[in-house]
Design a protein around this ligand. Structure first.
Ligand code: SF4
Length: 401
C-alpha cells in the first residue's frame, strides 16, 4: 500500500469566477495565511513520506497555483524531490490561469522541473470569458501558450467549459477550433455545473439563470468528440483528448486516479485514498495552517470504504475511460472479479448494447451508445452494501500511519 501520485491543492485565486464552487480564497484577502501555506504543505508531506512509492505523477492544482510566485512553486517542487523519490519520467503538472503568468514566470517553472502545463482557457470568446468572471482574454491564452512553448513546455493541456448560459453549438465549435489552432497536446472538456456554492448556482436556484438544455448539452458533447477526432485527437476518457502521437500525451495523473490507484492529496480540503481508506483534509484555512504549524495532522473526515463503495468506484471511474475497466488489475488488487460481482447488473446492459467485453484486452468498456448514456449506465453499479465479502486485506492505512 503506497501512493504513486501526489496532488497539492493551492486554494487561492485572484478573484472568484461566477461558476466556481472549488475550495479557494481570494488571494488578497488571506495574504498572511497564504504566506504560511507552503510551509504547511511541506510539513504535511513530511508526515506521509514513508508511504510513498516512486512518484509517477505530481500535480499542482487549485484554486490557481500560479497566483503564488513562481519561486514558491519551484521551492515546493524541490522539496518534493528531496522528500520523495520521483520516477525518472514523472509527469509534473501545474495548472495555470492565463491572467497570472508571463514569459519569465513560465521559464522559472520549466527550469524548476515542471513538465506539463494545464491552462484554464475555458473559452476563446471575450464575451463568454467576461460572463464567467474570468480575468483573462482570448488573446492572453494565445500569449500564454506561445510563452509556454518558448519556455520549453512540450506538453500543454487546454481546459474548455461548455454548456454555458446562452452558448450555442457554433460558439463551442469556435472555442474548440481556436484551441486546436494552438496545437496543444491535450484538451479537457468540462460541462458547466451549477452547484449551490457558486454565484451562478445560487442564481440558478432562485430561477435567475437558465441551465443549458440537456439535448443541446448532449449534442455539444457529440460534436466535440467528432471535431477533436477529425483534428487528430484521441479520446481516452469521456471528456479528455490527447493528440495522436508516438508520445503518450494522456494525463497520467488522471489515469492513475481513474484506475483507482492510491493517491495522496495535501493541502486545504485535499482528498486522499489509500487501500480501503479515504480521507479529506479540513476546509478551514486557519485550522489547516495552524495544525501543521503545531506539527499536528490537519483535521480530516475519513471513512473506511465498503465493498460496494469500492466496486462502484472501480466501475464509475474505469468506465469513463475508452479502454474501460481492465479486469485482472482489479482482481489482483481487490480479489474480486467485477464480471462476477456485477453479473446480474451487466446482463441487461450487454443486451441493450451499452457495455461490451473485449476478450483480447480482458476489459469491460462502454460502447459508443453507452458513452452517450454514461450517467445512466453508472447507476447500475450502485449496490446495497454487502459486508459479507472480504476485500483484499492489506491493512488499514489509517491504523498504520
Ligand atoms: S474557476 Fe479556477 S480561477 Fe476561477 S475561482 Fe475557481 S479555481 Fe479560481
Amino acid at each position: 500500500m503506497a501512493f504513486q501520485s501526489l496532488y497539492l491543492h493551492i486554494p487561492f485565486c485572484l478573484r472568484r469566477c461566477n461558476y466556481c464552487d472549488f475550495l479557494s480564497h481570494t488571494y488578497a484577502e488571506v495574504k498572511e495565511l497564504a504566506a504560511a501555506y507552503p510551509a504547511a504543505l511541506m510539513q504535511e508531506m513530511r508526515m506521509y513520506r514513508c508511504y510513498a512509492d516512486k512518484l509517477r505523477s505530481v500535480y499542482f492544482g487549485g484554486g490557481t497555483p500560479t497566483v503564488l510566485p513562481a519561486e514558491v512553486l519551484a521551492d515546493l517542487l524541490a522539496f518534493i524531490r528531496q522528500t520523495f523519490q520521483l520516477a525518472r519520467d514523472a509527469e509534473i503538472t501545474v495548472e495555470c490561469n492565463p491572467a497570472t503568468v508571463d514569459a519569465e514566470y513560465l521559464k522559472t517553472l520549466r527550469r524548476a522541473g515542471f513538465n506539463r502545463l494545464s491552462i484554464g482557457a475555458q473559452s476563446f470568446q471575450d464575451h463568454e470569458l467576461k460572463l464567467m468572471g474570468r480575468l483573462h482574454t482570448a488573446a492572453d491564452i494565445t500569449q500564454t501558450v506561445a510563452a509556454a512553448r518558448e519556455a520549453g513546455f512540450d506538453n500543454i493541456s487546454v481546459d474548455i467549459i461548455y454548456a454555458l448560459p446562452g452558448q450555442t453549438l457554433d460558439d463551442l465549435q469556435f472555442n474548440l477550433l481556436a484551441a486546436i489552432k494552438l496545437k496543444p497536446e491535450h484538451i479537457s472538456l468540462y460541462s458547466l455545473q451549477l452547484d449551490n456554492d457558486s454565484i451562478w448556482g445560487q442564481q440558478f436556484a432562485k430561477g435567475a439563470l437558465m441551465a443549458a438544455d440537456e439535448d443541446l448539452e448532449a449534442d455539444m458533447l457529440q460534436m466535440s468528440w467528432q471535431l477533436l477526432k477529425q483534428y487528430g485527437f484521441v479520446q481516452y476518457e469521456i471528456a479528455n483528448f490527447a493528440r495522436k502521437s508516438l508520445r503518450d500525451y494522456r494525463s497520467r495523473h488522471n489515469r492513475l486516479y481513474w484506475q483507482r490507484e492510491d493517491y495522496l492529496g495535501v493541502g486545504l480540503g485535499a482528498a486522499s485514498c489509500m487501500g480501503l481508506r479515504r480521507w479529506q483534509n479540513c476546509g478551514t484555512l486557519d485550522d489547516y495552517v495552524n495544525s501543521l504549524r503545531d506539527l499536528h495532522r490537519p483535521p480530516v473526515d475519513n471513512e473506511r470504504l465498503t465493498v460496494a463503495q469500492v466496486m462502484s468506484e472501480v466501475m464509475f471511474m474505469g468506465l469513463r475511460q475508452t479502454a474501460g475497466v481492465a479486469i485482472y488489475p482489479v482482481l489482483d488488487k481487490f480479489r474480486i472479479d467485477p464480471l462476477v460481482y456485477y453479473s446480474q447488473e451487466l446482463a441487461p446492459l450487454y443486451s441493450a448494447g451499452l457495455v461490451e467485453y473485449l476478450d483480447d484486452a480482458h476489459s469491460l468498456r462502454l460502447t459508443e451508445r453507452g458513452f452517450m448514456l454514461a450517467n445512466q449506465v453508472f447507476l447500475a453499479f450502485i449496490k446495497d452494501e454487502n459486508e459479507d465479502i472480504e476485500l483484499c486485506n492489506d491493512g488499514d492505512f489509517w491504523d498504520l500511519c
